[in-house]
Design a protein around this ligand. Structure first.
Ligand code: AMP
Length: 281
């Protein structure tokens, strides 16, 4: 498993395979868990070469967010990645990605303003800028993103389509802890008491998925779900919204399919989760 730190090193590495072997790519910010590894496992079975990137991207963090304390564990990450057969890790510095004088931004309008974009103003432009740079550097045939960040996945798909980028985007199911909490690098910030209460988020979403057809309006469904999330007083819901899977338009009727998106704060931690809803079932 090679550790590549510069763009030239990546270019040299991929030049051995380009146009001959398919390259699968998994972008991450490190502090890897089973959720991140599931993306690699999906990629491993569909590509000859598997590349991960580990880069805590400063431009996707807001001024009051956790950039400085974001967990970092390169040693642990390397051990996990070698166990799933990764060929190379791109591990650039901030200076490699954003050399002095860097001025360009890539953004997908409208989709980046709703849900997490409403409170995290420049977050998605930071994500689409770094992902388009990574795609230009690595030139992957296939790239893998988790449904855990469903809005991000939707935005990346739109960007790739709009800009004719030659990479196929794959969405991979959410990996959860045994009690249902979606795995996240930020879960380590939870105190034991908060960790106990955190199960209410996924529990509420699963209940909504199961009982959605018993509600006569979307408002009723959302009200009931919010009540469960906040039932022991530990969570404060930031948003809970039912939206279309592709264009993220708000659903107004209990019909068809959608995604129920949630963000909620517990202690000093902000968690997100989502679940696919099908009113026809
Ligand atoms: P991050 O390092 O948090 O930027 O995540 C890197 C990739 O891993 C993104 O595509 C995430 O959606 C994905 N990911 C993170 N947590 C999970 C999870 N619990 N299940 C599936 N994918 C995940």
């Amino acid at each position: 498993m090679k550790i590549l730190k510069s763009v030239d090193e990546v270019k040299q590495f991929i030049s051995q395979y380009k146009y001959r072997e398919s390259i699968g790519f998994v972008p991450t910010m490190g502090a890897l868990h089973e959720g991140h590894l599931s993306l690699g496992r999906a990629a491993r079975s569909e590509n000859k070469i598997l590349i991960y990137s580990i880069f805590v991207n400063p431009i996707q963090f807001g001024p009051n967010e956790d950039l400085d304390r974001y967990p970092r564990d390169l040693e642990g990450d390397m051990e996990k990645l070698s166990s799933i057969g990764v060929d190379a890790i791109f591990f650039p510095s901030v200076e490699v990605m954003y050399p002095e004088g860097f001025k360009t931004s890539v953004s997908v309008s409208d989709l980046d303003k709703v849900l997490c974009g409403a409170s995290r103003t420049n977050h998605f432009a930071g994500v689409t800028t770094v992902v388009s740079k990574l795609f230009n550097i690595i030139e992957p045939d296939n790239a893998y993103f988790g449904k855990k960040d469903y809005q991000q996945l939707t935005i990346i798909k739109k960007m790739v389509n709009d800009l004719n980028i030659n990479t196929k985007i794959h969405g991979v199911d959410i990996v959860r802890e045994s009690d249902g909490l979606a795995m996240s690098s930020r879960n380590i910030y939870l105190t034991p008491a908060e960790r106990g209460s955190s199960v209410l988020l996924s529990k509420a979403l699963f209940k909504a998925q199961k009982s959605c057809s018993s509600f006569s309006s979307i408002d009723e469904l959302l009200e009931s779900t919010k009540g469960i999330i906040e039932s022991d007083g530990a969570f404060r819901v930031e948003y809970l919204e039912l939206r279309d899977r592709v264009n993220l338009d708000t659903l107004t009727q209990c019909e068809g399919e959608g995604v129920l998106f949630a963000a909620a704060h517990i202690g000093g931690v902000r968690l997100i989760d989502n679940i696919e809803i099908n009113f026809g079932v």
